[in-house]
Design a protein around this ligand. Structure first.
Ligand code: DGP
Length: 120
């Protein structure tokens, strides 16, 4: 499995940087966002280093599928029982800050603004 020694999320997956873990299996790792933008805010990442969705393909379909398949279950576990947003920022235009694919799961309890992840 491809890993990047300089990637902050690879370091979290390897346990070299501490994180507040939500879930781990052989394909994906989920942990709380260090800068939460809502009461529930965690990230689900593939364990394999894939920089962006542009770099992902069918070779990653299992991990990418799991990210979506687990979102609801983990959101409920974290307390977002009335809805959430699942967001994958991609590239410069998508305001991607960390170049290891990650899905934000952002939830209530109150309804979220129209562009919760937009940064100025
Ligand atoms: P973005 O690439 O813009 O989709 O967002 C990256 C997110 O990653 C941002 O909300 C903050 C979070 N983040 C960055 N570094 C760390 C870290 O070291 N630990 C954790 N838990 N989250 C991080």
């Amino acid at each position: 499995m491809k890993t990047d020694s300089n990637c902050i999320f690879c370091k979290i997956v390897r346990g070299e940087i501490p994180s507040n873990k939500v879930h781990e299996d052989e394909d994906v790792f989920a942990f709380h966002d260090v800068r939460p933008q809502a009461p529930v805010h965690f990230l689900i990442v593939p364990k394999e280093h894939v920089a962006t969705l542009y770099d992902a393909g069918m070779a990653q379909h299992r991990a990418l599928g799991k990210m979506l398949a687990l979102a609801g279950e983990l959101a409920i576990k974290e307390g977002a029982t009335q809805g959430f947003r699942a967001i994958i920022n991609t590239g410069r235009v998508g305001h991607q800050e960390v170049y290891h694919v990650h899905m934000h799961v952002v939830g209530g309890p109150e309804p979220l603004g129209p562009m919760i992840m937009k940064r100025t």
